[in-house]
Design a protein around this ligand. Structure first.
Ligand code: AHR
Length: 320
């Protein structure tokens, strides 16, 4: 081997060694994550996905559960800033009211990723990227399914009661808007009552009981903004001596296992998928943002629609 060749080889080996040592010595990425709470089966799956993905990627995750309260999320974000984490990610309980705290993160030069639910801010540079579902489209899909079902039926009117998600949250606002848009051109379909069930089973049941008390057999359809509220409402319908899925059509969103079980039992008619498995994509996005790579401002998750007819075939492959 000539001197030049030996020199080049030696230099290359030294560079590789230096890179490996640097990689070993580099402290792991630290992400502060503020979660909405633990209000639903969906949320538990989302939390598990984020924790697992962080572990698998060797990322240190500082996790804070906000128990459905915006003030807890603001506190958590401030504490992440004080701890000088590398990046902050959060799933905002409601859309508005984030400008001040996000400006504080920006001033501290800590990048922010919004996940699952959108925020409304005056300055779009306050966050690097937003990864999550298209909630308006989910509402439209639920509405379209119902419109098709109603079109095939000789029944003249379908009175709908709507269980909304958390007041002021992106999924509640968007799923309401998307559904309303999809049924607008169908005079058979009419929303007769609409109230929040806060995305929980207990509240879904309680509000459905009130709907049944005031509207009784006048109700033909339940549209629930998530599966948990639908499952709670199914219990209320049964306790009222009616058959969910038959006397009252049940349309909901998420696609959790509980919804598939309800479909197999003939109690739920369709669930529109909303994937909570955001962890792996979020971790990759966080690495790219911290590395200063250009990232898309909006990343939309791909999802499907599962009517009861396919539940038996699909349930085994459901991951949440
Ligand atoms: O933001 C996603 C929504 O929040 C899910 O549909 C719901 O189940 C959860 O609580």
């Amino acid at each position: 081997m000539t001197f030049t060749r030996r020199f080049i080889l030696g230099a290359a080996m030294a560079a590789t060694f230096a890179t490996s040592v640097a990689a070993l010595a580099a402290p792991p990425l630290v992400i502060g994550f503020s979660q909405v709470g633990a209000e639903s089966e969906w949320r538990s799956a989302n939390t598990a996905s984020i924790k697992q993905a962080a572990g698998a990627a060797g990322i240190t995750l500082k996790f804070a559960d906000a128990q459905q309260k915006q003030e807890n999320q603001v506190k958590a974000i401030r504490s992440f800033i004080a701890q000088r984490v590398d990046l902050i990610a959060f799933s905002p309980v409601v859309e508005s009211g984030w400008d001040t705290v996000l400006r504080e993160a920006k001033a501290a030069k800590i990048p922010v990723i919004v996940t699952d639910r959108a925020v409304k801010v005056t300055d779009p540079t306050l966050y690097a990227s937003f990864i999550g579902s298209d909630f308006v489209e989910e509402g439209r899909r639920a509405g379209r399914w119902l419109a098709e079902r109603a079109a095939k039926s000789p029944q003249k009117a379908f009175n709908i009661v709507e269980l909304q998600g958390t007041v002021g949250s992106a999924p509640a606002l968007d799923r309401k808007a998307g559904f309303a848009e999809a049924i607008a051109a169908h005079p058979k379909l009419k929303i007769i009552r609409s109230q929040t069930g806060d995305f929980t089973r207990a509240k879904g049941k309680e509000v459905m009981e009130a709907f049944l008390k005031s509207e009784g057999k006048n109700i033909n359809v339940l549209y629930a903004h998530n599966d948990d509220m639908a499952i709670g409402a199914i219990q209320a319908i049964e306790e009222a001596g009616l058959k969910p899925g038959v006397d009252i059509l049940v349309v909901s969103i998420d696609g959790v296992k509980g919804a598939f079980q309800a479909m197999l039992a003939g109690k739920l008619n369709v669930t529109v998928e909303c994937s909570p498995l955001l962890g792996p994509q979020l971790m990759q996005l966080a690495r790219d943002v911290v590395a200063g790579k250009p990232v898309p401002k909006r990343i939309v998750v791909t999802e499907g629609v599962f009517p009861a007819e396919v539940a038996a075939k699909e349930i085994a492959s459901r991951k949440y």
